[in-house]
Design a binder for this molecule. Structure first.
Ligand SMILES: NC(=O)c1ccc[n+]([C@@H]2O[C@H](COP(=O)([O-])OP(=O)(O)OC[C@H]3O[C@@H](n4cnc5c(N)ncnc54)[C@H](OP(=O)(O)O)[C@@H]3O)[C@@H](O)[C@H]2O)c1
Length: 253
């Protein structure tokens, strides 16, 4: 049986410096990949530098690129830098996201536009640029992180779940269009995840509720998600056009 290795693969990780993206970068790096660690905010630069250092120490190679991926030119520059430095791109993983938990009637136009820019527009053009740059024959993979709220019947996340939802169709369309070049395109939808991303939007009561919905009474951990990312990027290559819900039983459909 053929097995698929990450050795020498060039991997672009959108928001790859910290939390889920940081662990993806480190895990792929430890498997011998060459990782382009993208980060956005100036305050994330130290985490990006640490992640680059960790990848190099574990036997992979890496460098960091800053960029606001709501701007298409910045996405193009990210992939340009990957190719200038490492010669090609094999795998592109986008973990960029922003949450807003707010009643429908209070959500502003500015908030709506920002949520769709980060969760939808950046995801669309990241997939587009990955589809342009990953060549046929590279066994390419494109993976986007969405949310388990896509399978929830709930209020208050209208712009967050609403802006992640179109990514499912972007992924289906891209999977069909890039399939002839053997590029798999998928989404992973984690449950509420134990990172600093989660807590500011939630009250203590809501955190208790979210925990209570998983089979262990715990939140999803980044360590629960990274093996699934790795599987899709290697032996799980036959899966394409799908959204995998990984949440310990929090939501299903
Ligand atoms: N934590 C959860 O409960 C949870 C649950 C399900 C799904 N998710 C999804 O999982 C992914 C990773 O989340 P996480 O928990 O690991 O938190 P995180 O590290 O805060 O991930 C979000 C990332 O998006 C980046 N970002 C925000 N605006 C950006 C922009 N304009 N351009 C480029 N990058 C931008 C942030 O970069 P800077 O901080 O440098 O600005 C940050 O690194 C997100 O897509 C999130 O929606 C999270």
């Amino acid at each position: 049986m053929t097995t698929y290795s990450l050795q020498d693969k060039v991997v672009v990780v959108g928001a790859g410096a910290k939390n889920l993206g940081g662990l993806i970068s480190r895990t792929f790096g430890a498997d011998g990949a060459r990782v382009v660690v993208h980060y956005n905010s100036d305050s994330t630069k130290p985490a990006a530098d640490e992640t680059v250092g960790a990848v190099k120490e574990s036997g992979g190679d890496a460098f960091a690129v800053q960029g606001d991926l709501t701007k298409v030119a910045e996405i193009v520059r990210l992939f340009d830098e990957a190719i200038n430095r490492f010669g090609r791109v094999d795998i592109a993983i986008n973990t960029v996201g922003k949450v807003l938990k707010k009643p429908f009637v209070e959500t502003t136009e500015v908030e709506y536009d920002e949520m769709f820019a980060i969760n939808s527009k950046a995801a669309y053009f990241f997939i587009q640029e990955a589809g342009r740059r990953i060549p046929a024959g590279a066994n390419g993979k494109i993976i986007t992180i969405v949310t388990s709220l896509l399978a929830a019947f709930t209020g208050l996340y209208s712009t967050y779940a609403g802006a992640k939802a179109p990514v499912e169709h972007f992924t289906r369309a891209a999977a069909k269009e890039f399939g002839p070049r053997t590029i798999s395109v998928n989404n992973i939808a984690p449950g509420p995840m134990d990172t600093p991303f989660f807590y500011p939007a939630e009250t203590p009561e809501a955190i208790t509720y979210h925990k209570s919905q998983s089979m262990t009474g715990e939140l999803t951990k980044i360590e629960d998600i990274v093996p699934i990312v790795k599987f899709l990027a290697t032996d799980g290559w036959w899966i394409t056009g799908q959204t995998l819900f990984a949440n310990g039983g929090y939501t299903t459909r």
